[in-house]
Design a protein around this ligand. Structure first.
Ligand code: ADP
Length: 201
């Protein structure tokens, strides 16, 4: 990197000469530095120093991550299902948020752990009360799309103080949403760990 900084643009061959190495020995190192964004390679011209710091490059990388790279499979429950069934589904599927759909499989609402706890401390018969009575309903649901940036979703989870957002697709008419995925705080944590592992490699 120092050689490129001092002599840019410089070809791979010249760098190899200066280091008394063969071009082939140096090639993987130059490829890594270029891929990581520290160097820029222009065909038939040579290598340039980009001047970007590690943290600038990491920020750029974080901002580029899309929802579809880390989304999970959604767990969906019918709005006519009972609160009791919703609780059972939450345990069986091992999730903290259920997305509630109507008879046409379109997004109707969201039910969280605390929504179910709140319903459970009332006097109601949980086998009878349908989940759509206690859910947070459309149009107040925060949704995202598979091509959204993950960092924007993370910001919304924090701003709205929620744990999960459905990944949706507009239906044929463009009115309703089909649920195609799920982004939770766990997905965001996974993205963070992946970035750290990338850095170690
Ligand atoms: P918990 O209530 O278990 O802490 P959340 O923080 O995710 O879980 O939910 C807080 C409240 O926000 C609940 O009433 C829930 O129905 C609602 N909620 C959860 N996810 C969303 C969402 N994507 N959009 C709108 N409201 C949501």
């Amino acid at each position: 990197m120092q050689i490129v900084k001092d002599k840019a643009p410089i070809t791979g061959e010249k760098i190899a000469d200066l280091l008394n190495l063969t071009r082939a020995t140096l090639r993987p190192d130059l490829a890594i530095l270029t891929m990581a964004g520290f160097l820029d390679a222009r065909p038939r011209v040579g290598y340039f120093y980009t001047g970007k710091t590690g943290s600038q490059l990491l920020t750029e990388k974080i901002k580029k991550i899309k929802v579809h790279e880390f989304q999970s499979i959604p767990v969906v429950t019918q709005e006519s299902a009972s609160v009791y069934d919703a609780i059972t589904t939450m345990f069986l599927e091992d999730v903290g948020t259920l997305f509630i759909v109507d008879g046409n499989s379109k997004l109707a609402g969201v039910v969280s752990r605390k929504d179910l706890l709140r319903a459970s401390i009332g006097q109601q018969d949980l086998h009878i009360v349908p989940v759509n009575i206690i859910m947070t309903r459309m149009p107040n649901i925060a949704v995202c799309y598979k091509d959204d940036h993950l960092i924007q979703v993370a910001r919304q989870l924090i701003d709205r103080q929620i744990d999960a957002m459905p990944v949706v697709k507009k239906d044929e008419n463009g009115d309703d949403f089909e649920v195609i995925g799920r982004v939770t705080k766990t997905n965001i944590t996974r993205a963070l760990v992946d970035l750290a592992v990338d850095e170690l490699i």
